[in-house]
Design a protein around this ligand. Structure first.
Ligand SMILES: [Zn+2]
Length: 76
């Protein structure tokens, strides 16, 4: 597992926040990443979204073993 994804999964709710922020802006680019100085550089899905997804997969595996409903926790 990617070290950054591991860091993301260690922070409760962070993967969810990243996924909510790093969305397709409608033109195939990340709404957040492409708004920076390097506009147009980041195609969606961007690296951060991929990392968040990886972290989430890791989370789900963990919650399966512990029975933790992380989605409910994140929205609570
Ligand atoms: Zn992004």
């Amino acid at each position: 597992m990617n070290a950054l994804a591991l860091l993301i999964s260690a922070e409760p709710g962070l993967a969810d926040r990243l996924l909510a922020a790093h969305v397709d802006d409608g033109t195939g680019r990340c709404a957040l990443c492409s708004s920076g100085a390097q506009s147009g550089r980041y195609v969606w899905p961007c690296t951060l979204r991929s990392l968040a997804l990886e972290a989430l997969t890791h989370d789900e595996r963990r919650s399966l073993s512990t029975g933790t409903d992380w989605k409910r926790m994140a929205s609570a």
